[in-house]
Design a protein around this ligand. Structure first.
Ligand SMILES: Nc1ncnc2c1ncn2[C@@H]1O[C@H](COP(=O)(O)OP(=O)(O)OP(=O)(O)O)[C@@H](O)[C@H]1O
Length: 259
C-alpha cells in the first residue's frame, strides 16, 4: 500500500518560496489505479516527480507498506515505472535496449526471462516489429507503446504516468489506452495516472481524484464504477463526467461520492 502522509513540496527560487503541495495525505491499496485530474499548474506533475524520487519533499512522508511494515518510497528500494508525456526513451538506444535498460541498471536483468517477457509485451502492444529501431524512426503512438513496454517489463511496485497519451491524436490515443489497459490487467501494478482527460480518468482509474487549483490537495475522491469501460451506454456515466467537469471548474470543497 502506498501511504502519503502530510506531504509538502515547495519550489525555492530567488523570487521566494512557492509552496505547490501543502499537507497532502492519501493512501492507495496495492493493485489500485488512481487517476488524478486537476487544473493546470495545481501540482500534478510535481507530485509525480516527487513520487518518482526526482524531487525532494519539504516535509511529510511517502511510504510503501508491505505486510504491515512501512518503508520510505525510494527508487533504490522500489521498482518505480514512469511513463511520461514525451515517452522518455533514450534516442541513442533501440526500443529493445531502452526497454531492458532499467533492469540492467538495477542489475535485475535475466536474459531468458526478460527476452520472453519482452516478446509477450511487444506482441500485446503491437511493437514486435520495431524493437530494433531507434526512437527517431517511430511514430508518436509507437513511442508511447514502447514506453509502456519498458515500464511493465520492470514489473513496477509503483507505476507513475504523467499525461502519457496527451501528445497523441484521438485514434492513436484510444488504441494506446486500450492496449495499455490490456497489459495493466495482466500485471495490476499500483498506479497513479495524471491526466487532463475526464474520459481517460474514467477509463483508466478505478479511483478518481481531483486536485484543488491551489495548495496541491485532493478536494474530491471517489471509486469509479466505469473503470475499464469504453463509452458505457449509461446515463450515470454522463452524470459522472459532468460532476468531474464541475469539480474542475468550480471552487467547491469537500469529498463527494456517486450514488
Ligand atoms: N522546476 C520548477 N521550479 C519552480 N516552479 C515550478 C517548477 N516546476 C513547476 N513549478 C510550478 O509549480 C506549480 C505546479 O506545476 P506542475 O507542473 O506540478 O503543475 P501541473 O498540475 O502538472 O500542471 P499541468 O497540468 O499544466 O501540467 C506551477 O505553478 C509551476 O509554475
Amino acid at each position: 500500500m502506498l501511504i502519503i502522509n502530510d506531504l509538502s513540496i515547495h519550489y525555492k527560487s530567488k523570487q521566494g518560496d512557492n509552496p505547490v503541495i501543502c499537507h497532502l495525505s492519501f493512501q492507495l491499496q496495492e493493485g489500485e489505479s488512481l487517476a488524478i485530474l486537476g487544473p493546470s499548474g495545481c501540482g500534478k506533475s510535481t507530485l509525480i516527480n516527487a513520487l518518482a524520487g526526482s524531487l525532494a519533499a519539504e516535509s511529510g512522508t511517502m511510504e510503501f507498506a508491505a505486510r504491515d511494515q512501512g518503508y520510505p518510497l525510494s527508487p533504490k528500494q522500489h521498482k518505480i515505472g514512469l511513463i511520461p508525456q514525451n515517452c522518455g526513451l533514450l534516442p541513442w538506444k533501440t526500443v529493445r535496449e531502452n526497454c531492458l535498460l532499467p533492469l540492467k541498471i538495477r542489475k535485475e536483468y535475466h536474459k531468458n526471462k526478460h527476452t520472453q517477457e519482452l516478446n509477450r509485451l511487444s506482441k500485446a502492444l503491437n511493437i514486435q516489429d520495431i524493437l530494433n529501431k531507434y526512437p527517431n524512426e517511430l511514430s508518436g503512438g509507437q513511442l508511447q507503446r514502447s514506453a509502456i513496454a519498458r515500464a511493465f517489463l520492470l514489473e513496477p511496485d509503483l507505476l507513475l504516468m504523467d499525461e502519457p497519451f496527451s501528445a497523441l491524436d484521438e485514434i492513436t490515443r484510444a488504441e494506446a489506452r486500450e492496449l495499455f489497459l490490456r497489459v495493466w490487467k495482466y500485471q495490476k501494478p499500483t498506479t497513479i495516472l495524471v491526466t487532463h482527460s475526464i474520459e481517460e480518468a474514467l477509463y483508466l482509474g478505478n479511483i478518481l481524484s481531483v486536485m484543488d487549483a491551489q495548495g496541491g490537495n485532493i478536494k474530491y475522491q471517489k471509486n469509479n464504477p466505469y473503470f475499464g469501460q469504453l463509452y458505457p451506454d449509461h446515463a450515470d456515466y454522463l452524470t459522472a463526467k459532468q460532476i468531474l467537469r464541475q469539480q474542475l471548474v468550480t471552487k467547491e470543497e469537500g469529498m463527494d461520492t456517486f450514488e
